[in-house]
Each structure stands twice: as C-alpha cells, then as structure tokens.
Write a protein that binds this ligand. Structure first.
Ligand SMILES: Nc1ncnc2c1ncn2[C@@H]1O[C@H](COP(=O)(O)OP(=O)(O)OP(=O)(O)O)[C@@H](O)[C@H]1O
Ligand SMILES: [Mg+2]
Length: 455
C-alpha cells in the first residue's frame, strides 16, 4: 500500500487530507514537526511526503532537504497557506515534486500525488537499470583483472545475448559454475530459469529421465508423466556440469538435442522442441578423452563452439589480492565481524601458497580465518593451513664409534660454525638473509662471524 506522510501541524488540514486520501486507498501517517517527520522517512517506510512550508522545527524546506539527503527517491510535495511565487520556485529548486497553495481542491492534491509517485517510480526503474549496467561491467560477482580473465569476460559479454552453446573447462574450483551463472544473468534469458544438472552424479538411467523426462509407465516407478530438466529450463539456461564423465549412450542423446533442439521423454515417441541455451562444464581434458575414445568426437565438435578455459589460480597471481579482499569483505559481513584487514604477512602468505584447490580453497581458507579469528586483522596465525610448520632439523649424523670426545663447548662451537657457513652459502653470501634463515638478528650473526673467523 502506498504510504503518504502528512507533515502539517494544522489539525484541520490533517483531518481533511486523512479523509480524502484514505478514501483513495492511501495509507496516511502524520507528523507535526521536522524531527518526527524524518523518522519514518529514514526507515524507508514512506513513499511520499506532503509537507507544509511552515512546519515547526526548521520549516518545510528543511524537511525537503533532509528527505532528499536521506531518501532521494521519496517524493516531497510542499503545501503553503501563504504560497508566494518565490516560495514555489525555491521549493522546486530544492527538488520538491510539486507545490500547492492552500486551500487546494481535492482534485489538485490527488493529481499532484499521482504525478509525484509516477516520477519516483520512473526514477527507481532508472536506478535498477543503472545497477544492472554496473553488473555488466563487473561481470556479476566474478572477480578477475588478470588479462586471461579479462579476455574471458569479453567472450562472455560477446556471446551472452546469443543462444550459442558454451563449454567451460578448467580445474576444480576455478569458477566454472560461477561463470555459467554469470553468463545466464547477463543474457536476455536472465528472467528465465537457470537449471543445473550434475551429469557425473547420477547413474545413466536416472540421468536420462532427469534430463529428458519420462512418460507414465516408461519404467517401473514411472507412475506419472514427468517433464525433464530441458523442458524445465525452457526460456532459460541449462548447465550440464561434469559432462566429461557421461556415458557413450548419454552422449548420443545429448548430441541429438544439440543438433535438433528437441527432446524425447523416456518412453515417448513424440519429440518436443526446447528453447534453451546450453552451457557445459568439465574439469577433464576433453581433447584427451576424445583421443582415448571416452568422448565422442562429433559431440566434442558440437560443444566446442565457444570454449572458455578457466586458468588455475596459481597462473594468475595478480588476481589473488583482489579475490582475497572480496572474500574477506563478504565473510566479514556475513559473520558480523565488521571491517577486517589482512596484515602484510598474511597477504604474503596467501600470495605464496600454491592453491591446488584454486579459488574455492582460497574462499574456504578465508572463511575459516574470519570465523575463528578475532580482532580487526587477519594475520598468518589465522591461516594455519598456509604457513608451513618449520621443517624439523635433521638429526646430526651419528658420531663414529672411535670419534674423540670433545669438551661440549668446543663441540657445539664447531657445529655452530658449520651451520653458519652452510646458511651463508645457502643465502648466496647474503648475510641478512642468512640471519633471517637462522632465526637470529644481524648483530648476533656478525658477532659469530667474527668469533669463528668466517668472512
Ligand atoms: N573469479 C571469481 N571471483 C569470485 N569468486 C569466485 C571466482 N572464481 C570462483 N569463485 C568462487 O569460488 C568457489 C568455487 O567456484 P566454482 O564452484 O564456480 O568452481 P568450479 O570450477 O565450478 O568447481 P568444480 O569443478 O569443483 O565444480 C565458488 O564459491 C565461487 O563463487
Ligand atoms: Mg562447478
């Protein structure tokens, strides 16, 4: 129900308008000064404000300005008993939707209200459009500044509006499913369904009836006609995940859909046309699977129209900080942790990790750090999976039975000298690095170098 706030201290005016507006199906709220009027506006409860220019607590213009700041999409119509042309001009300049001199006819106020509401509806639509446009630039929620990711975004934008079949390959966790969704939400099918089927998770017989549907009596248990996922995805996108592991018989059926854009329910002889965009994904190397005979060559060429290869995370190190921050913000908000930051050491540890599980692994590591950590920063201690425990020192070689027994101090000194020489060689003569590797500060190392006459 459209809610109108009447900000007018005059009880007569309140009574008149209340009667008129509730009769017209509006919900009416009243306030007698600026502060009281602002509360429901700030809460976002109000669609339109009718405001008297002489409102106590700062005046109607003041309320108008506050409303514009708080909720620019809420329309304000100003009313005035002493309405001068100047007042009217000023009100309009400050963004009022209309200005009415009191007393006004019922029709006048109703027309003003209709017009103002219409205008705000249009504004809202514009905002929604602008947001959608921004999404387009960002490619939904997919983060990626790496040139290979940018090239992928370009491809996705180019083919989004078409019905072209798209194949997405890449290691597990690289964002194949996410990209498939982005493709759908950027396409002109976004209002239609996005139907996801994991082809690797179902046995062949089930997969077939799941995708194509079946008719009553097609097999034991088929007690009624059931449409398949292809039909369910009509007007939208069907996402066939793990297509690389599907059986040869299934591959033939899939080929048929791709060629003729028709499906046959299991047990039925009729063919049904389907209007779907097909997106497929696999983390298998399909070319290899074709070579080994596991995957049909004709199907391979059918689905290889637009092929997108998601690069593993380790091959796009430039994306790591942005992805890490993206997840940090998201999980900090989700788990109510406020604004969080990585320490430089934590960011370095993230950058140095190999990420065999790709973006999914990064996402999990960061969620864990956010959930289990405390305080305003995420440090290396919050990333235990990434910071390898120090390698255990190898046990020193056993002493030969006939080795002379030395005073402990001399024996330890000899061992220490040997370790320092080794560390220096390992660090290519760089003393600072040697000190760091040895876990001592520079002056301690220099002292020992002098002591043992190492240069
Ligand atoms: N570029 C990216 N930007 C933001 N989030 C990403 C990105 N890539 C992946 N993710 C997130 O990482 C997780 C794993 O991605 P997704 O499920 O799409 O990977 P996948 O390639 O489909 O993996 P699988 O092969 O195991 O199905 C998801 O939560 C996804 O939202
Ligand atoms: Mg996936």
């Amino acid at each position: 129900m459209t809610k109108i706030l009447l900000a007018d201290p005059d009880p007569r005016s309140q009574a008149d308008l209340r009667e008129l507006l509730t009769r017209r199906g509006y919900e009416l709220d009243a306030a007698a000064d600026v502060a009281t009027a602002l509360e429901p506006v700030a809460d976002g409860d109000v669609d339109l404000v009718l405001c008297d220019l002489a409102l106590p607590g700062g005046g109607g213009l003041r309320l108008l300005q506050e409303v514009r700041n708080l909720r620019a999409e809420t329309a304000v119509v100003l009313l005035s008993a002493f309405g001068s042309v100047q007042d009217a001009v000023q009100a309009m300049q400050h963004g009022a939707a209309d200005f009415l001199g009191k007393p006004f006819a019922a029709d006048q106020v109703l027309v003003a209200i209709d017009r103002a509401l219409e205008k705000t509806a249009l504004q809202r639509e514009n905002h929604a459009l602008r947001d959608a446009l921004d999404d387009r630039l960002r490619l939904d929620n997919v983060v990626g500044a790496d040139p290979r990711m940018q090239a992928i975004f370009k491809t996705v934008k180019a083919v989004a509006a078409t019905r072209t079949t798209v194949l997405i390959t890449g290691e597990s966790g690289t964002g194949k499913t996410l990209l498939a969704r982005a493709l759908h939400s950027l396409s002109n099918r976004r209002q239609g369904p996005f139907v996801e089927v994991n082809c690797g998770a179902l046995p062949e017989s089930l997969l077939e009836s799941e995708l194509f549907g079946h008719v009553k009596g097609a097999f034991t248990g088929a007690v009624r006609d059931k449409p398949g996922k292809f039909e369910a995805a009509a007007g939208g996108t069907i996402f066939l995940d793990e297509v690389g592991t599907s059986s040869p018989a299934f591959q033939v059926k899939l080929l048929r859909v791709l060629q003729d854009r028709v499906v046959e329910r299991v047990g039925d002889t009729r063919t049904l046309p389907v209007d779907v965009r097909i997106v497929l994904a696999t983390n298998k190397d399909l070319a290899k699977a074709v070579a080994s005979g596991e995957f049909r060559e004709d199907l391979y060429y059918r689905i290889h129209v637009v092929a997108i290869e998601m690069p593993p995370l380790r091959e796009r190190p430039g994306d790591l900080p942005a992805l890490a921050l993206h997840f940090l913000r998201r999980f900090a908000a989700e788990h109510g942790r406020g604004a969080l930051q990585f320490t430089p050491a934590a960011m370095a540890a993230l950058a140095a990790a190999p990420w065999p599980g790709n973006v999914r692994q990064l996402e999990h590591v960061i969620e864990r750090a956010v959930v289990l950590g405390s305080g305003p920063v995420v440090d290396t201690a919050d990333l235990p999976a990434l910071v390898p425990a120090r390698p255990a020192a190898p046990a020193p070689a056993p002493l030969p039975a006939d080795a002379p027994v030395l005073p402990l101090r001399d024996a330890l000194a000899a061992a220490e000298r040997q370790i320092i020489v080794h560390a220096l060689a390992h660090a290519g003569g760089n003393r600072e690095r040697a000190a760091r590797d040895l876990g001592v500060n520079r002056s301690t190392l220099f002292h020992k170098l002098r002591k043992y006459g190492i240069r």
